[in-house]
Design a protein around this ligand. Structure first.
Ligand SMILES: Nc1ncnc2c1ncn2[C@@H]1O[C@H](COP(=O)(O)OP(=O)(O)OP(=O)(O)O)[C@@H](O)[C@H]1O
Ligand SMILES: [Mg+2]
Length: 428
C-alpha cells in the first residue's frame, strides 16, 4: 500500500473518530441538558399539581366559610326575630344600622332617619330621667356604651305615654361591639318593655300600702274597745277573758300590718332612717323593759360589755330588728327556755348584738333562705303563726344601717343571730 495513501487513510480515520467523539460528547451534553430540563419540568408539574390541589382546597374552604357565615347570619336573624327584646345596633353617630322586629314593633324604637342629628336621634329614644325630664345625652345608655361602658339592665320611664296616658317603662342594656382587632365603634342595645310589670309592682305596692295602713285605724278601734271591756268593773270574768283574747289577737294583727307596711317602705326605697348616736346596752335595756306578753321579759337575759362604742342608728328601726329576733327566739324554743341577748364590741369598729336561743334550730340547707321575703320553714313541723317577714325586714333594716345580719344554727341545738353595726364615728 502506498504509504501516502495509508497515512491519508489513518488521518481520515482519526478525523472521523475525533468527529465521532465530539459528536457523542455533544450528544451526551445534550442528553444531560434534556434530562435536566425534564427534571425541572417534572418538578414544575408536581408543584403545579400541588398548587392546583391547594387551590381546590382553598376554594372549598372559602365556600364552606361563606356557607357557615351565611348560616350564622340566618341563625342570628332568626334569633333576633324570635326574642321578645328589642335589639338595635347603632353606629358612632347613633344611626340605627340594624334593628329586629321587636325593636321596631314591640318596644317601638323609632328610626328617625339618616338626616337627623345625633341629639335628635337620642331624643327619639324617649328615655326620661328620675326627675321625669328627658335623660341628658351623656347619661343615655347608648352614649355611655359608645364611651366603652357596659350598661346592664337599667329601667327608665319613656315617652310617648301609653294610649291610656300612663307612663311607659323600659329596661335597657347596652354594650360596645368589640372587633377582634380590639377596636370598634358600634353599640348594641337590648330593650325590654316592662310597662306591665311596672304597673303590677305599683299595684302591689298600692294594695300593700292600703292593707297595711288603712286597716290599722279600724284595728286600733277594735283594740281600744276590747281594752275598755276588759277593764270595765262590772264585766263577768268570761267576757273579760274573751276581751283579753281580742286584745291579744288584735295586737298580733297590728304587728303583722306593721311588718307589711315596713316592707312596702323598704322595698320602694321610701324608708328614711332618723339616725342618732345610740348606746346599745342602754337602748336594749329600754327595749326589754317595754316588752310585754307574748314576749315574756322574764325569759330574756341581757349581757352587755361595758366597752361597746355607740352606733348611729334609727332607734325605732333597730328596736324592730331586735323585737323580730326576740320574737323568733321565744317562738321557736320550748316555753321557759332562756334567751340571751348580748352586746359585744367587735373588731374593726363595730358593735355586735347577739340573740341566742336554745330552741328547735334551723336545718343547714335552709339557713341561706330564712332572710327571704315570706320564707317559712316547711319541714312538716307544726309552725307557730307568722308571715315569714320578720327576718326579711330585719335584714333590710340592718342593710339600711350599713350593717350585716348573720345566723349560726343547728337543729336541736338552738340558734344564734348576730347583728353587726358599724360604730358611730367619734365626734371631731
Ligand atoms: N330563732 C329561730 N329558731 C328556729 N327557727 C327560726 C328562728 N328564727 C327564724 N326561724 C325560722 O325562719 C323562718 C323565717 O323567720 P321570720 O321571722 O322571717 O318569719 P316568721 O317568724 O315565720 O313570721 P313573722 O316573723 O313574719 O311573724 C321561720 O318561719 C322559722 O322557721
Ligand atoms: Mg319571725
Amino acid at each position: 500500500m502506498d504509504p501516502h495513501a495509508l497515512r491519508a487513510a489513518y488521518e481520515e480515520e482519526r478525523r472521523l473518530r475525533e468527529a465521532a467523539e465530539r459528536y457523542s460528547e455533544a450528544l451526551a451534553a445534550k442528553a444531560l441538558q434534556v434530562a435536566r430540563v425534564e427534571a425541572v419540568l417534572r418538578q414544575q408539574i408536581a408543584v403545579a399539581r400541588e398548587h392546583a390541589a391547594l387551590h381546590v382546597k382553598a376554594r372549598r374552604a372559602a365556600e364552606e366559610a361563606a356557607a357557615a357565615a351565611t348560616r350564622s347570619a340566618a341563625e342570628l336573624d332568626a334569633v333576633l326575630a324570635a326574642i321578645p327584646a328589642g335589639i338595635a345596633v347603632f353606629d358612632s353617630e347613633l344611626r340605627i344600622l340594624r334593628a329586629n322586629v321587636a325593636a321596631r314593633e314591640v318596644v317601638g324604637i323609632p328610626d328617625p332617619g339618616r338626616d337627623t342629628t345625633a341629639s335628635e336621634r337620642i331624643q327619639a329614644l324617649g328615655l326620661l330621667g328620675a326627675d321625669g325630664r328627658p335623660l341628658p345625652r351623656e347619661d343615655c345608655p347608648v352614649v355611655r356604651a359608645l364611651r366603652g361602658e357596659t350598661v346592664a339592665a337599667e329601667t327608665y320611664a319613656r315617652t310617648p305615654a301609653t294610649p291610656g296616658g300612663r307612663p311607659r317603662w323600659v329596661t335597657m342594656s347596652a354594650a360596645p361591639v368589640v372587633e377582634p382587632s380590639g377596636g370598634g365603634s358600634d353599640v348594641v342595645a337590648a330593650v325590654f318593655d316592662v310597662t306591665r310589670e311596672h304597673e303590677l309592682l305599683e299595684m302591689r305596692e298600692d294594695l300593700l300600702r292600703m292593707v297595711s295602713h288603712d286597716l290599722r285605724t279600724p284595728l286600733q278601734a277594735v283594740l281600744t274597745h276590747a281594752h275598755l271591756i276588759r277593764r270595765a268593773a262590772d264585766v263577768p270574768p268570761a267576757v273579760a277573758e274573751r276581751a283579753e283574747a281580742i286584745v291579744r289577737t288584735s295586737e298580733r294583727m297590728g304587728r303583722m300590718l306593721q311588718d307589711l307596711s315596713e316592707m312596702v317602705l323598704l322595698e320602694s326605697g321610701h324608708l328614711t332612717l332618723s339616725r342618732v348616736p345610740l348606746d346599745v346596752p342602754a337602748f336594749l335595756r329600754e327595749v326589754l323593759e317595754r316588752l310585754s306578753a307574748p314576749l315574756p321579759p322574764d325569759r330574756i337575759r341581757l349581757r352587755a360589755a361595758g366597752d361597746a362604742p355607740p352606733v348611729l342608728a334609727d332607734p325605732a328601726r333597730l328596736e324592730r330588728v331586735v323585737v323580730n329576733l326576740l320574737s323568733n327566739a321565744l317562738k321557736y324554743s320550748p316555753a321557759g327556755a332562756p334567751v340571751e341577748v348580748s352586746v359585744v364590741a367587735a373588731s374593726g369598729d363595730a358593735v355586735e348584738i347577739e340573740v341566742a336561743d336554745q330552741g328547735v334550730g334551723i336545718p343547714q340547707e335552709i339557713l341561706p333562705r330564712i332572710f327571704d321575703r315570706f320564707y317559712r320553714v316547711s319541714d312538716g313541723r307544726r309552725q307557730p303563726e307568722g308571715l315569714g317577714l320578720g327576718l326579711y325586714i330585719a335584714r333590710l333594716l340592718v342593710d339600711a344601717h350599713g350593717g350585716r345580719i348573720a345566723v349560726d344554727s343547728a337543729p336541736g341545738r338552738g340558734s344564734r343571730f348576730v347583728v353587726r353595726l358599724p360604730a358611730a364615728a367619734p365626734a371631731p
